[in-house]
Design a protein. Sequence first.
Lengths: 239, 239, 239, 239
Amino acid sequence: MIKTEIKAIQEMKERVCHENIRLEKSGLVVLTWGNVSEVNRELGVVVIKPSGVPYEEMLPEQMVVTDLEGNLLEENSLKPSSDLATHLVLYKEFEEVGAIVHTHSKYAVMWAQAGRDLLPYGTTHADTFYGSVPITRQLTEEEVLRSYEKDTGAIIVETFRNRKLNPLAVPAVLTRNHGPFTWAKTIEKAVENSIVLDEVAHMALGTEVLSNHHEKIPSYLLDKHYFRKHGENAYYGQG
Amino acid sequence: MIKTEIKAIQEMKERVCHENIRLEKSGLVVLTWGNVSEVNRELGVVVIKPSGVPYEEMLPEQMVVTDLEGNLLEENSLKPSSDLATHLVLYKEFEEVGAIVHTHSKYAVMWAQAGRDLLPYGTTHADTFYGSVPITRQLTEEEVLRSYEKDTGAIIVETFRNRKLNPLAVPAVLTRNHGPFTWAKTIEKAVENSIVLDEVAHMALGTEVLSNHHEKIPSYLLDKHYFRKHGENAYYGQG
Amino acid sequence: MIKTEIKAIQEMKERVCHENIRLEKSGLVVLTWGNVSEVNRELGVVVIKPSGVPYEEMLPEQMVVTDLEGNLLEENSLKPSSDLATHLVLYKEFEEVGAIVHTHSKYAVMWAQAGRDLLPYGTTHADTFYGSVPITRQLTEEEVLRSYEKDTGAIIVETFRNRKLNPLAVPAVLTRNHGPFTWAKTIEKAVENSIVLDEVAHMALGTEVLSNHHEKIPSYLLDKHYFRKHGENAYYGQG
Amino acid sequence: MIKTEIKAIQEMKERVCHENIRLEKSGLVVLTWGNVSEVNRELGVVVIKPSGVPYEEMLPEQMVVTDLEGNLLEENSLKPSSDLATHLVLYKEFEEVGAIVHTHSKYAVMWAQAGRDLLPYGTTHADTFYGSVPITRQLTEEEVLRSYEKDTGAIIVETFRNRKLNPLAVPAVLTRNHGPFTWAKTIEKAVENSIVLDEVAHMALGTEVLSNHHEKIPSYLLDKHYFRKHGENAYYGQG
């Protein structure tokens, strides 16, 4: 491997380690649950958290480097997160995605366990997610027994295809009875999307408790907030 | 600009920076959501948080200085918070208001998303808000497309006019499907009003879960608590 | 005043200041809400938090010293907490009580605003409160206008008399549309009772959400847990 | 006692003290509630937290050493946790269990007070608990009066026998109107099971609020997640 590639992978490891720890500090993660990965499509390399390593001891050199088929690329590598296969399916299908995050964050899990789309009740949701965050269908017994983590990726892809969703406009999914995955072009943004998702999942829960008629945000207000922050006419932030 | 004006604006920047950070530390703010501004009516100057700058890096010199029409008054200024236009409408209409705060604080947003007035269920509410915190009507599609942030201010004003509310007696509003704005004569008090609002929004949510009949605080008890802390016969605090 | 009395009052001030700060650190208090007092019945002296002073700046010498009629006993005293009159009524009626705490803690307030007794659903409740924590009746308009804080004490006393409750066995009350008062022989225990009250108020809220039939703890289990910790046959702790 | 035994007990005390403090830091414990014990079956020794000692002052030498009948084995011992008798019954019946934890953690208590099994709504539950966490029946008045803590153990055993549950596959129970006990082969894992239990109890509460039909996780998905982490075909973690 040439020198610049070694350096690029080293920097990926540092970012992946840093963002996994940031995810845990944000309060979304209990024990060792949750994992963050990043892809470098030119090098054909994915870096992901190792499985079951406590966050307080986590070091960049422990991050696991694989190719897009999940083959380990370094000697003496730790085992990758058991959800790696799900990440890989998503990287292959969602071509603009540069990083993926999986958590069992409390409020997003409540919606996943209830088997429901997370509905866009307000502008906090619309600022990040352009419409409902979809729930996947249940995996069949055959799918679970065959290749569970890979098929988890496959039903996410199926959900986005069937509903004709753009994964960068709706950068999150709820896997039924399980929990959320989020993603983005950059790893910082992918982690932020997990933070936003749990926050709006909590807000939407309270909204339903308070109201008998569940009235979604009007589509023109959804558009306004989403495009105030995203796309060529965005005017939020310093960019 | 003469020397005392420069000093006055410098002090505004320090206060606005300090109170934005205090707002974030209070737990009401996720990521870069939320903004605090202050007006100096003699100078015709508003100071507000820049858009999308992380709180941990925020410095007084980054605060944005505008006139009451929103024109930037300093060279090399950062972009102001995208909600500036809403603040300006409120400063023009609410003549005694010296500072405005906008957040997406969780429990206040739940009420805003439910499209409901926050009802005064107890003395914690009455100590700060003299009656229900009103919900605005929904903006029309035309209003959203025309001048969204300005019209957000306009429907707040419309709400207070229609209901004949005194903005200093009810120093908060819930914008429908969006979230709260609070204000006060001083910037410290405006931030405190956001803190109180989220707390009483949480208490009121639990109150409704626990009771089938939602009985508001009696008006004489509302009066007692509000006027124990406000107006010429107040006897709370050391003032 | 003789030397030992001066020393006794100095120690009361230190305890009262310390326990007010502990109350705030426990998460039960927002802004300057909440107050703790202690009585020395031999000296005829009450020490209470001053009104509206921020917790982070609070010093023992700022604590306010009064007699049992509420007369200030020191020159240059700050104003006492506006709830002093309520504390004094309780000290007079509940002769074994040595300290009183008032908060607007979130979950206890939800029950107070719902106008309901806090029911004993489990042993966590029974370990501290021997039966329901009672809700007071609503004050009449006349009572509120006449002497609000004193009459708040009077309806607490009325509630305990009418229900024949022992204030040391049920060391807490919920004042309707307002919030909790707790007490105990010692100031440390009085603060702990506020902590326990909010915790069991939260647990009871969740219990009701989860169950359609609200089944109270059996009275024999209530007895067991209460008397495991209280009275001459107690066997909890090292005492 | 020979030298290696003294050392083994010393190490137990350090672990038990450390894990009691970790339990408190995890946010599951209020005041002095909660206790952790460990057994050494070869030595016939149990080490448990003393009753009512504040966590911030807790030292390894204060941990209480007993035999499996609850007899104190050291001079000048503090009194053991009042729940010791429950722990001892469980150690006798559940032969592979090496450590036991009791808490009054908020969300687990809500389910215990509601008198309901904690249902497996998702994979977060299935990763640790192979099926519902069972609720015990109510103790009779006679049982409470006779030997309350011992009979609390007896009804846990009865529950596991009647339902033919494997205590290592379902390492937790909810005692009705009281709260949870968890256990495991190791003390670290027993504490983690308490953390997971409260988290999934919270998630399940929200799940029920969000859904009218309460649909449990399919059994094949429960199997998959449980056996992904447990047993000879587990592939989670580095082990």
